[in-house]
Design a protein around this ligand. Structure first.
Ligand SMILES: [Zn+2]
Length: 59
């Protein structure tokens, strides 16, 4: 149930997949959320944190 906690917390409409099913845990953006590596960050935030996480450009 921990996975559904955020839905109840935000009151957002529930989506099981597709756009709106995930959002950036850093800024809350719905678009271009990267689920890879279990980051759950939008690409903008990913860019900001990627360096600190050890990711390099043009992987
Ligand atoms: Zn973000």
């Amino acid at each position: 149930m921990a996975k559904d906690r955020s839905y109840e917390f935000t009151g957002r409409k529930k989506h099981s997949f597709g756009r709106g099913s995930r959002w950036c845990k850093r800024c809350g953006d719905y678009t271009a959320v990267i689920q890879k590596y279990k980051l759950f960050l939008c690409r903008r935030c990913f860019r900001e944190v990627a360096e600190s996480l050890g990711f390099k450009k043009n992987m």
